[in-house]
Design a protein around this ligand. Structure first.
Ligand code: NAD
Length: 337
């Protein structure tokens, strides 16, 4: 297949170029993010390959269809950025890379948590400045704390196991319970109870109509004072305005996020010479107890290998017209994915 790759970085090209000689697909790499200004680049291809912040709304899908694009392969697990109903209507096939390395994301959630708990980001800068004062670096033990995990699919499950290993009591909320986790001692409960009992809360559910702004003024009010909130899932699970207020009132004691509600126009670019226009992320950055990374939880060597292998296999299956192992299908509300 002739495939247009959008939002490609050096690490994508490296991992795909390594494997491409073994496949028949002809790839064109574009650095540009897919949007209304760049969609024309797809012309002359059979399929496109996109990442988390590429826009696949109704208008773009329609334009892709007009150009003869028959398939979209996502280099990611989440697919909240795709208008699935429209893709189905246009008969554009969609495949993703499920669970390419749940541990990569779960370990990044732990990295955010441990950086916040021991302030290693501050210590690093102090020591490099010949400043060995440890005043203000008092942290907290994770061992013995209660951790609430929202969404116990592939990543949430890996995170539950890590936190059990850290000596935490682990609570979980999901629309489906995982029997293996229950046997390991994870306790499922209604969301409100989890929010009220947890010292640490980590989000691992997908973004959809039910989970949009799951963390809002109301749900924040149910949490313990000083709760640690970690989000490596999708930005819009958290209402940024509400969490800023909760940080100001100290309801949220620490916030670690790898994803941000308005990240589409910010992340994956060096903007260090630009004037930051997003007031909310600017405010979030002013808090001493907020740690932000730019959607890098997936970025390990192991995950990149898995992403490129699965994406090329997805393209093979699409080209052969056979069964699609990793197809994402439009499911009207009420269906289990
Ligand atoms: P998964 O599909 O294996 O698990 C998601 C879980 O969430 C499932 O158990 C599902 O039942 C549960 N869920 C669905 N709706 C829910 C709701 N309303 N309330 C509670 N739970 C609900 O997905 P995964 O591979 O574990 O990935 C989870 C999310 O992590 C993805 O959707 C993606 O947004 C995000 N992600 C982020 C990165 C990153 O680099 N930061 C990388 C990969 C994935």
């Amino acid at each position: 297949m002739r495939v247009a790759f959008f939002s490609t970085k050096s690490y994508d090209r490296q991992s795909f170029d390594h494997l491409l000689p073994d496949y028949k697909h002809k790839v064109t790499y574009f650095e540009a993010k897919l949007d209304r200004n760049t969609v024309a680049l797809a012309k002359g291809h059979d399929a496109i390959c996109t990442f988390v912040n590429d826009c696949l709304d109704e208008t773009i899908l329609d334009q892709l269809h007009e150009m003869g694009i028959k398939a979209i392969v996502l280099r990611c697990a989440g697919y909240n950025q795709v208008d699935l109903k429209m893709a189905a209507k246009l008969d554009i096939k969609l495949c993703r890379v499920p669970a390419y390395s749940p541990e990569a994301v779960a370990e990044h959630a732990l990295a955010l948590l441990m950086t916040l708990s021991r302030k290693t980001h501050k210590a690093y800068n102090r020591v490099r400045d010949n400043n060995y004062s440890i005043e203000g670096l008092t942290g907290f033990n994770i061992n013995g704390k209660t951790t609430g995990v929202i969404g116990t699919g592939a990543i949430g499950k890996a995170f539950c196991k890590i936190m059990l290993g850290m000596g935490c009591k682990v609570l979980a909320y999901d629309i489906y319970e995982n029997e293996e986790l229950k046997r390991m001692g994870v306790r499922y409960m209604p969301l409100e109870e989890l929010l009220a009992e947890s010292d640490i809360i980590s989000l691992h559910c997908p973004l959809n109509a039910d989970t949009f702004h799951l963390i809002n003024e109301n749900t924040l009010s149910h949490m313990k004072d000083g709760v640690v909130l970690i989000n490596t899932s999708r930005g819009a699970l958290i209402d940024s305005k509400a969490v800023i207020n909760a940080l100001k009132s100290r309801k949220v004691g620490n916030l670690g996020i790898d994803v941000y509600e308005q990240e589409e126009d910010l992340f994956f670019q060096n903007r260090s010479e630009e004037i930051l226009q997003d007031e909310q992320i600017a405010r979030l950055m002013t808090f001493p107890n907020v740690l932000i990374t730019g959607h890098q939880a997936f970025l390990t060597n192991e995950a990149l290998v898995h992403i490129s292998e699965t994406t090329l296999q997805n393209l093979d299956e699409l080209a052969s017209g056979g069964k699609l192992s990793n197809e994402v299908k439009y499911q009207p509300k009420g269906h289990k994915n």
